[in-house]
Design a protein around this ligand. Structure first.
Ligand code: GLV
Ligand code: MN
Ligand code: MN
Length: 433
């Protein structure tokens, strides 16, 4: 009987340390903050960074962290930390993600890594496991950057990568970032103090959904991330002349929307003009005055370019700028672009990649190495410490959508790999040769 039970257990793979049901129930609970009226857990979420929903979710999560026995603090950028002591005075092993979402986003982007980190802390406590290094969860502020045109905000502050003007940036309601930090209980004048001291971190790990379809299609359980793309944002304005749509002949128009439309296609053409995985997007247009019978006088649109190779992005941008100048001349409008943010690509640490692979293998999961086309806070923390990222499958490769979904078992597999990787790092790092 005992033999049969152990044979069965072997066939199912080694037991997990993390608790799948507890993790899933915590994800469901978090999804209530910003859930659309009448929707269920799979109906998506709008919990934009610096919103009432975000504020309420942060309060709830800090309570969960305290109940898990963690020492909770919030830094001047609003990043939430939850610490568990180690037996030695070593630098900290940090792991976490974000809980803000895009507008009409899903309940997995960021949430899986944040609550997966919490589940790891709960499982370590259940197992009465002591570590040599202090372990700390982090929930980064405003990763998506919907407001204030600055994604990866909290991690950029931690890495000392924020420009001085950022506090005065305004959201759609006219509130500045400084106003919002005050609502998070912080003194904006101290933002620079959010910087993490060099040497304070032994390593940083982030569990995340893949957000693409590679793992789902190939039925692989764990992605080992090789690197994270750089993300460059510009804000462009086409300025023409708003005039009567009935009386202005076609050859006398200065139509800002016609120029912006041509600009959008030029971006696509220039991004496609070279081989590789680079992508370019124009995510919105704001047309003014915005009436059926007025020729658009002003159009604002963003340009976003991403690739693992920063030089390639700048090369493509140089071609786009040239095309924009030609379009502006032909359409008789002004077309100006200002850079808003540029987050550098980052490679993950190859030794940590090995640890993640070993952790997954020991848990009985298949792995695949792949790059990340999405941005992550880990890319900023790469300036401070070696980083590693663990991906789990996204159903249908859908993300930044209410239809984003990862299965409970996949989410728990990711948390289990995070748990095991942390313990491998704790063993391997800071050993005397
Ligand atoms: C973050 O989610 C990004 O890649 O835009
Ligand atoms: Mn996202
Ligand atoms: Mn994310």
């Amino acid at each position: 009987m005992v033999l049969l039970a152990s044979l069965l257990a072997f066939a199912q793979g080694p037991a997990r340390h993390v608790n799948q049901q507890r993790l899933w129930a915590t994800l469901e609970k978090l999804s209530e903050f910003g859930r659309p009226a009448g929707a269920g857990f799979e109906g998506g979420v709008t919990r934009v960074g610096f919103s009432e929903e975000d504020l309420a979710a942060r309060g709830w999560l800090m309570q969960q962290m305290r109940e898990a026995g963690l020492e909770v603090r919030v830094d001047p950028a609003g990043n939430i930390f939850g610490k568990r002591a180690g037996s030695e005075k070593f630098p900290t092993i940090l792991f976490g993600s974000h809980i803000d979402s895009v507008p009409r986003g899903g309940n997995f982007d960021g949430d899986v890594g944040s609550l997966g980190a919490l589940e790891v802390m709960r499982a370590l406590r259940d197992g009465k496991i002591a570590t040599r290094h202090p372990l700390e969860i982090v929930i980064w502020t405003n990763e998506e950057g919907h407001h204030f045109g600055r994604g990866l905000l909290g991690s950029s502050a931690a890495a000392g990568l924020l420009s001085a003007d950022v506090l005065e940036r305004r959201d759609e309601e006219g509130k500045t970032l400084a106003d919002w930090l005050r609502r998070y209980g912080q003194d904006p004048a101290r933002l620079a103090d959010a910087r993490i001291a060099p040497g304070a971190l032994a390593a940083y790990l982030e569990l995340h959904i893949e957000q693409g379809g590679v793992l789902d299609e190939s039925k692989i359980q764990i992605g080992v991330v090789q690197g994270i793309v750089g993300i460059h944002w510009w804000t462009c304005t086409a300025s023409g002349f708003a005039n009567h749509a009935g009386t202005t002949p076609m050859n006398r128009r200065q139509d800002a929307l016609a120029a912006a439309a041509r600009a959008a296609l030029a971006v696509r053409e220039e991004v496609r003009a070279e081989s590789g995985r680079q992508v370019g997007t124009i995510g919105y247009v704001r047309v003014e005055p915005g009436a059926r019978n007025i020729i658009p006088g002003r159009v604002e649109f963003p340009v976003e370019l991403r690739d693992l190779d920063a030089a390639k992005v700048l090369r493509i941008w140089a071609r786009i700028e040239k095309r924009f100048a030609e379009i502006a001349k032909e359409e008789n409008v002004k077309l100006d672009c200002v850079p808003l943010q540029a987050d550098e690509p980052a490679l993950t640490d190859t030794a940590i990649q090995n640890d993640i692979r070993a952790a997954a293998r020991a848990a009985g999961y298949s792995t695949l190495d792949l790059p990340s086309g999405a941005g992550h806070d880990a890319q900023q923390i790469a300036k401070l410490a070696p980083i590693g990222m663990i991906f789990v499958p996204s159903r249908g490769g859908i993300s930044h959508s209410p239809r984003e979904y990862s299965a409970p078992a996949d989410v728990a597999n990711g948390a289990e790999v995070l748990y095991r990787t942390i313990l491998l790092l704790d063993e391997r790092l800071n050993r005397k040769p």
